[in-house]
Design a protein around this ligand. Structure first.
Ligand SMILES: Nc1ncnc2c1ncn2[C@@H]1O[C@H](COP(=O)(O)OP(=O)(O)O)[C@@H](O)[C@H]1O
Ligand SMILES: [Mg+2]
Length: 335
């Protein structure tokens, strides 16, 4: 079980329009991924998804709040003592092209971490090759075909499978998949998503699935939870199907409006959601973070930041003063 409470992270900007300013990437995020469970974080570019994924995988520090892994809070531990905890959480990058060393065969890529593992767990040397083959089969590729090859000889989808096999060499408890299918050919995306779902079922591995594409969140498991992130704050959260089929936050509704696969959900005659203003990071931080773009904003939204609360359904939370089911509208119709 991995939990986060009030996790915050602020970056001081070095260059660009915001040079010298502190930009909050995460503003107090609470989440929990149970053992073998699946949680998706969605939101548009810059909302803090990668920062969260890197913090959960131990690759980035946090300013305040706490990450607790199997009951142990991480911040009191020295970096060295944290390591074995974070090793159980493996990050799968979005780019399978840069994730593998181009000068190593797939066999070399897998045996290096497996040899360490064998020494650690006092297994015989012969275990290493067997395990490499086993892991490749597990991720759905023929070991005979890939073991002797170099990354450039493989397709993007196959590379991503190798990256996943490498992450499995340390027997992780959870995978963090950060936009793991966004750079892969569309035709192969579904099969990689199916693989992640399959690994959850077969190995009881937890999944933190990060995506800007709300439609892909549906594929990682019927029992998954969806968190909608907006400018570093969770604005809606609940069972994935509930949030997708009956969102109540205008931001979630606008995201769904831009998702062509959900055209069928349009309900004529209902209040429609259309984002009214482009994202502007320089805008003030008092009040609701979405207020400037929100067609339903009132004075209250400008004055005070809404926090995450639940409605009648306690599993479905939102941070909005005007939560309501509204019809979604396909983006083509907006233009
Ligand atoms: N290393 C960094 N230095 C400065 N700012 C950063 C850094 N990483 C991320 N940020 C900023 O933090 C915010 C969240 O970024 P990120 O977590 O990458 O979002 P996402 O993955 O959702 O696109 C953005 O405003 C981004 O510019
Ligand atoms: Mg990112």
């Amino acid at each position: 079980m991995i939990t986060g409470t009030g996790v915050t992270k602020t970056y001081r900007q070095r260059g660009g329009m915001l040079a010298g300013r502190d930009v909050p990437a995460l503003r107090g995020i609470d989440f929990a991924v149970p053992r073998g469970g699946a949680v998706s974080f969605i939101g548009e570019s810059g909302c803090g998804k990668t920062t969260l994924g890197r913090i959960v995988a131990g690759l980035e520090t946090y300013d305040s709040g706490e990450i607790v892994i199997d009951g142990t809070p991480m911040s009191p531990l020295s970096p060295k003592r944290r390591q074995p905890f974070f090793r159980r959480i493996q990050l799968i990058h979005q780019d399978p092209y840069s994730a593998l060393n181009p000068t190593r065969t797939i066999q070399q890529t897998l045996t290096a971490p497996l040899e360490l593992r064998a020494r650690h767990t006092k297994r015989p040397g012969s275990w290493v090759d067997d395990r490499a083959e086993e892991l490749l089969s597990l991720v759905g590729i023929d070991p005979g075909y890939v073991l002797g090859r170099y990354p450039h000889q493989l397709s993007g989808g196959m590379r991503q499978r190798v990256v996943i096999a490498r992450a499995l060499t340390v027997d992780p408890e959870m995978l963090v998949a950060d936009e793991s299918v966004s750079m892969i050919d569309v035709s192969m995306r579904l099969s990689i998503l199916a693989l992640l779902r399959d690994l959850r079922e077969r190995l009881d591995i937890g999944l933190l699935f990060i995506t800007h594409d709300i439609a892909t969140a549906r594929y990682i498991g019927d029992d998954s939870e969806l968190y909608v992130l907006y400018r570093g704050q969770v604005v809606e959260r609940g069972p994935t199907e509930t949030v997708i089929s009956a969102p109540v936050h205008p931001y979630t509704q606008s995201l769904l409006s831009a998702t062509p696969v959900l055209h069928g959900l349009e309900r004529p005659g209902e209040e429609r959601v259309v984002p009214t203003e482009a994202l502007d990071e320089r805008q003030g931080d008092s009040g609701c973070l979405f207020a400037r773009r929100c067609p339903f904003r009132t004075d209250r939204c400008d004055g005070e930041r809404p926090s995450l609360v639940h409605g009648l359904d306690v599993s479905h939370e939102h941070a909005c003063y005007h939560p309501r089911p509204r019809g979604v509208i396909p983006v083509e119709a907006v233009a």
